[in-house]
Ligand binder design. Structure first.
Ligand SMILES: Cc1ncc(COP(=O)(O)O)c(C=O)c1O
Length: 394
């Protein structure tokens, strides 16, 4: 009765079962994975955000395939504030970044053709690829004092059926931004094999410090057909408003052809809600304040992470990140990751994501969200240390 593409193993893993069990029994759990900003005690200008939705225009429906002109102009002018010139005609609105991926996979790939995805990275990619009948090859991020893309391996992975390279800038969860020389190498690969580039920049506003050695955005890439993805879920911490965007750049004729085709895809769904589009320009006025709140949280938790493990270098290594919302902790104990994370939850009621969740090539890792409430973060990490001390003695 059902399609092969939905033939996923649906049984819950023991970690999820244990977590649910604790929650059902109302046991306190120190959940260090909360990355939903609306559930992280972040202060929002709530009244103004809601006020922007009280607009007479919301009662009428004027569908436009790429989204309302006012909203597309608002996206372009927001980029302009950071010195990035974006032609609003090249902005396409979608209801989420996930939807943007689906539109682009549909635009660029036939069933069975390949995309190149980073590893480790965002776990949803595999589902997005599956659902669009697209095959995946992974190119590695390697860690040597910092995360780097192995551009030679990437080039070697390109096959006849490869159509797209996906970059995540900064990558989730490694927090590494793309470097100019990496983009140059990737552009060369794309040109040589006639590939397009999709660059997910949902976290790009959350760089820890301004660095010349990394690229905050590849939205001005003219070398090859390039789609940059961004959205409200991270830029304003408003995932519930369901509004994201695709910025299109590259050789003029190819961009034109891409937009003509994309217009039909977008017109088929018309998925972005009118109230969100009409509110967008006003919401961008709060971006600075909301991002400040989030950045203060990220810095606070980065400090907690650093302090807690400062004299525990024999137990853990915190991997260097340039930005993003996550902390990656390498556990320096000879333990099996899955059982380590399970037992940490069982014994200390601390929930962290295991590295395998993001497809890390080795183990054991713990991935924590820097958006977590700092009190929970502090207590949770102290419990992690006490658990590590305990198993070190055994
Ligand atoms: C790298 C990356 N891209 C996209 C998304 C999802 O964005 P959206 O909520 O706009 O679909 C996430 C969510 O965490 C993410 O980590």
């Amino acid at each position: 009765m059902f399609s092969r593409r939905t033939n996923w193993p649906l049984e819950k893993n023991p970690l999820t079962c244990l977590l649910e069990d604790f929650k059902n029994k109302n046991c306190e759990v120190f959940d260090l994975t909360v990355s939903n900003p609306t559930k992280s005690n972040i202060h929002y200008p709530e009244e103004q955000i809601l006020q922007a939705l009280c607009n007479d225009k919301n009662i009428s429906y004027d569908p436009i395939s790429f989204g309302a002109l006012s909203a597309r102009k608002a996206v372009a002018s927001d980029y302009q504030k950071s010195g990035l010139f974006i032609d609003f005609n090249h902005v396409v609105l979608t209801s989420s970044t996930s939807e943007a991926y689906s539109f682009l996979f549909r635009l660029l790939l036939n069933p069975g053709e390949h995309i190149l995805l980073p590893r480790p990275s965002y776990p949803l990619f595999e589902f997005l690829a599956n659902l669009n009948d697209v095959e995946i090859d992974f190119y590695p991020f390697v860690y040597d004092k910092e995360w780097k893309i192995d551009c030679d391996i990437l080039e070697g992975l390109v096959k006849k059926s490869t159509k797209v390279i996906v970059l995540v800038n900064p990558n989730n969860p490694t927090g590494s931004f793309v470097r100019p020389f990496e983009l140059e190498a990737i552009n060369r690969t794309c040109k040589k094999h006639n590939l397009s580039l999709i660059c997910d920049e949902v976290f790009s506003d959350y760089g820890f410090e301004e660095k010349k050695s990394t690229l905050r955005s590849v939205s001005s890439n003219k070398e090859v057909l390039t789609f940059v993805l961004g959205g409200l879920s991270k830029a304003l911490g408003l995932p519930q408003m369901k509004l994201s965007w695709i910025l299109t750049s590259g050789p003029e004729a190819t961009v034109k052809e891409a937009l003509n085709r994309l217009e039909v895809i977008a017109d088929t769904y018309l998925s972005v809600s009118t109230p969100s589009q009409n509110a967008l320009a006003q919401w961008f006025d709060f971006k600075k304040d909301i991002q400040k709140e989030i950045k203060v949280r990220l810095e606070r938790n980065k400090d907690i992470l650093k302090n807690i493990f400062s004299d525990k270098s024999q137990l853990c290594q915190i991997l260097k990140a340039d930005g993003g919302w996550y902390g990656v902790i390498k556990v320096l104990k000879d333990v099996q990751e899955e059982s380590f994370v399970y037992n940490l939850l069982k014994e200390k009621q601390v929930f962290v994501h295991p590295g395998y969740f993001f497809d890390f090539e080795d183990e054991p890792y713990m991935i924590v969200s820097l958006l977590t409430d700092p009190k929970i973060f502090q207590e949770g990490l102290e419990r992690v240390v006490s658990y590590l001390d305990l198993i070190s003695k055994v």
